[in-house]
Design a binder for this molecule. Sequence first.
Ligand code: MSP
Length: 513
Amino acid sequence: MSNTFYVTTPIYYVNDVPHIGHAYTTIAADVIARYRRQRGERVFFLTGTDEHGQKIERTAEAAGETPIELANRVVKRFEQLSQALNITNDDFIRTTEKRHETTVQEIFKRIEESGDIYLSEYEGWYDVREEAFITGTQLEEILSLPESKRPKIEKVKEESYFFRLSKYQEPLLRYYEEHPEFVRPGYRLNEVVSFVESGLKDLSISRTTFSWGIPVPGNSKHVIYVWFDALTNYLTATGFPDDTETYQDIWPADIHLVGKDILRFHAVYWPAFLMSAGLPLPKTVFAHGWWTVEGEKMSKSTGNVVDPFQVADEFGADVFRYFLLREIPFGQDGDYSHSAIISRVNGDLANSLGNLVSRTLGMIERYCEGKVPAPDSLEKTDENIRDSALSAVSKFENAMNETAFHKALVSVWDYLAIANKYVDDQAPWVLAKEKNEERLGTVLWSIVQSIGVVTILLYPYMPESAEELWRRLGASEPLSSVNLSQARDWGFIETGSKVEKGESLFPKYEEAK
Ligand code: MSP
């Protein structure tokens, strides 16, 4: 039984520099990790790089360097991306590390001992870009595409070790039936089931025509298929097989986040390998959608690849994080555009949240010498705003527990609308004019509590801004050490706390002329 919440991103190919797709999965995983820690759970959050395979070998060759030189160079960009986006991963795995080779070879041996590996010959097609063997139906689909749209595939004929994937067709189908939460969202499970129902052929899991990979134990003429190698990273990082205690504390993974394009590897091959090796399966594989850019597929040749460093630089990491997870329901495809991000900044952040904060803290500075006033007895309307906050916290948590980021954020913004309306209705500036100190104190106190709740909820999404806001509310302990349950203790921002309005946290974005 694992006691640690284990969340992973895919490990990224080092033949490419980071783009918005990498940033997306990594940010989503970070929000989950921060949220779980905020609930007091132990968390292990893994990301890293996938450094073997024919594609990397060829890219390195074309750049006139060795594969490891290429990997050492590009991996830095991925590490910098984590820093630029405030990612709190607990480990960063590189598949060229020794610890990984040990785990991959151990899994290979265990599967071999189960009688699920045999030596034969592979003859067929291979897609080097996807590092994938092409099945009969896939080949038909590819050939039906216009030539310009066809992926580049190559004919391969070589000796190869095979994994008896066909043996796992029925066990997998039974497993999906008994564990419908294994693949999410639900509509993706249906795709996986029909793929498996259409018949599984044994899978080639070694190559002999290039050498950039982990050798097959006992036959170094072969390198292990890069997906077998890559998927095993999730086990390597748990300390398997040597560090049993850590392994048992962490494995099985609670959630593997992946893009929809690599779901098959995670929801079919990976569980089959694990079943064969006699190891527990991850609890959930969550497949997210793909981003297009201004309506177009991102590609180097079109020149429309969005650089996450540049976006984080222009808008700040928090805004980028918020935008990606608010803009589209997690699971569906979305479209990235400069104007969409600007309208989120100006509408959601500057207007709704920014305004509530600056007018409230401004009034406390003006009317109450900058100190949170004491509440008098609560009227119905003050109780309503408290009850709405508690209900927003519940909705937020429910959404987070089902990985519905945009729903979680909508619950916060629905609440911000209620809080803003409360300010308009109660008009503290009128109460101040009328010298109605008691009502003024109660109203400002209530709004500060509302902002406190929102700040706690937003922490996983916008950690820097939330931390700063928390400080401006007069808190002395860092927000990162505050438990989420505190959001339910209405009144936790104490009377007498010194607040600070400061500069606008989310200034309106004006397009440079
Ligand atoms: N190395 C493999 C993963 C091995 S995991 C055991 C791989 N790497 S990748 O770098 O090509 O892709 C990493 C992730 O980026 C995938 O989850 C993929 O879905 C995601 N994305 C790539 N382009 C994307 C978009 N345009 N939009 C959203 N995500 C996209 O695959």
